[in-house]
Design a protein around this ligand. Structure first.
Ligand code: C2E
Ligand code: CA
Ligand code: CA
Length: 488
């Protein structure tokens, strides 16, 4: 097709009057002005959109971290400190939801959380998305600080109602750290740090709770953080030691096994028992590293005892496991590697698990326990009777013995209830083909009763306190000496 045919251009401008010409120019000007206005409006819109994007979280539409800090600083300039509170909220175990339901569901959940928080706050309060599953709230116009704590509790309650995501009901909980500034000239960063510390404390104290900053809390958190640092260093510098406490067969009174108990040779505070550091190691995950170190040391020690040919039978050593260790995918392989590296037999090892492992009653944990059993390692249920004792899981788990908790052993010979409990545990365990170890045995009377009840093994200060490996070496060489051993 010919372009000229389709859109012929006039060879001459059309004839026009003066008036027409002026009118045409004005029209053109008006059109240009309108176009300019439209353009300005859309530039403004674009700017506003960009500004909104820069200041808001794209997922939830809430103000972001920068805006929140700006608002807090602005509020501090104008309001009395006592009328302001800052909350730091973090969803508990959100990673689990994300991992199990997928990121899309995780995103939808975050949006739903944002809406519930917004809905629950009062007029004038601000909620912002601070990070992944972290939200911050600024409460203004408080008449007294306790109002903020009440509001925080209400926020937790509002999140406790299950969320419907992807056709599933999802249960969530959250922890809140609450900070109330001491004075209006306190910098925003300091208040945020306080709220963050309070949140850390809420998590440490079991999650799903509100904690408010106080001097006591600050001191405790700082102490705990320092202990955490020291623990990391202690692991690097191997400041730990393994002590061994004999388990004695009641028929024959021979030490046939030992429980490995970790101690920390603290450079300033001396020898520390697990009660001084294990909870912190559990809380921050260092317990897995510590546990792996204990397993390696024990395997090497068993190899050394073998090499020294200290006894006719290879000693069996029982090691305490933290539930966290069993959550590691490669745990069974790590244990197998330690056994192999030391060149010992797996029947020399026994692993003690507590009933809390049952809370992690997932297929993978059971599979790992079966993997350990298949390696030839014995498993024992520790502190039996203090947790969720149920025959069901004893049948389900590949365990070969139970350790009756010392709180029941303690009352033997004095408290009829304790005797009845121990008797029941012994007969039940025997019916399932399991051995029974009594722990924390301190008196001859307890031994007499345990023998009468048919308990298989006993462990406790009555025989020996936990000992260093070299003391155990001589105990293995001269088995009859154990009853006369001096206290450690
Ligand atoms: P547990 O497994 O119940 O260990 C027995 C505890 O009772 C030990 O405390 C032991 O020293 C103490 N004990 C032994 N005989 C007696 C007695 O006659 N009377 C009394 N009152 N107590 C006695 P310890 O060594 O302080 O360990 C405390 C807990 O720390 C252990 O309790 C265990 O749960 C944990 N633990 C120890 N070592 C490790 C480890 O290497 N890894 C892990 N994950 N936990 C460990
Ligand atoms: Ca134990
Ligand atoms: Ca125990």
């Amino acid at each position: 097709m010919n372009r000229l045919d389709r859109d012929p251009e006039p060879s001459e401008p059309p004839a026009a009057t003066n008036g027409d010409r002026r009118g045409g120019t004005e029209d053109a000007l008006r059109r240009t002005e309108e176009e300019c206005e439209q353009l300005t409006a859309s530039v403004e819109q674009l700017e506003a959109r960009l500004d909104h994007q820069a200041r808001h979280d794209p997922l939830t539409g809430l103000p972001n971290r920068a805006v929140f800090l700006e608002l807090l600083a602005g509020t501090l300039e104008h309001a009395a400190a006592s009328t302001i509170a800052v909350m730091f909220l973090d969803l508990d175990n959100f990673k689990v939801v994300n991992d199990s339901l997928g990121h899309d569901a995780g995103d939808r959940l975050l949006v739903a959380v944002a809406r519930r928080l917004e809905h629950r706050l009062r007029d004038g309060d601000v909620v912002a998305r601070f990070g992944d599953d972290e939200f911050t709230m600024l409460c203004r116009g408080l008449t007294e600080p306790s109002e903020a704590a009440d509001l925080a509790e209400r926020l937790l309650a509002t999140l406790a109602t299950p969320f419907a995501v992807g056709g599933e009901q999802v249960f969530l909980s959250a922890s809140i750290g609450l900070a109330i500034p001491n004075s209006a000239d306190e910098p925003a960063e300091l208040i945020m740090r306080d709220a963050d510390l309070a949140l850390y404390w809420a998590k440490q104290r079991g999650k799903a709770r509100v904690e408010c900053t106080s001097d006591v809390m600050r001191a405790r958190v700082e102490e705990r953080l320092a202990l955490e640092q020291e623990l990391r260093r202690a692991l690097r510098e191997e400041q730990f030691a393994v002590y061994y406490q004999p388990m004695v067969r009641l028929d024959g009174r021979r030490a046939v096994a030992f429980e490995a108990l970790v101690r920390w040779n603290h450079p300033e505070r001396g020898l520390l028992p697990p009660s001084e550091f294990l909870a912190v190691a559990e809380a921050n995950g260092l317990v897995a590293q510590l546990g792996a170190w204990v397993i390696t040391q024990v395997c090497r020690q068993i190899a050394l005892w073998k090499e020294l040919a200290v006894s006719d039978h290879d000693p069996v050593v029982s090691i305490n496991l933290s539930a966290r260790q069993l959550l590691h995918t490669g745990f069974v392989d790590e244990v197998a590697a330690s056994i192999k590296e030391a060149g010992i037999a797996s029947r020399n090892l026994c692993l003690e698990i507590t009933e809390s492992v049952m809370l992690e009653d997932t297929v993978s944990v059971i599979e790992r326990l079966e993997g350990l059993r298949d390696l030839g390692i014995e498993l024992t249920v520790d502190d039996f009777g203090t947790g969720y004792s149920s025959l069901g899981y004893l049948k389900r788990l590949p365990v070969s013995s139970v350790k009756v908790d010392c709180s029941f052993v303690n009352g033997l010979g004095r408290d009829a209830d304790d005797s009845a409990i121990v008797a029941a545990v012994v007969s039940m365990a025997h019916a399932l083909g399991l051995r029974v170890v009594a722990e924390g045995v301190e008196t001859a009377e307890q031994i007499v009763e345990l023998e009468a009840l048919g308990c298989d093994l006993a462990q406790g200060n009555y025989f020996a306190k936990p000992q260093l490996a070299n003391v155990v070496t001589s105990l293995l060489r001269h088995p009859l000496q154990w009853r006369r051993m001096p206290a450690a």
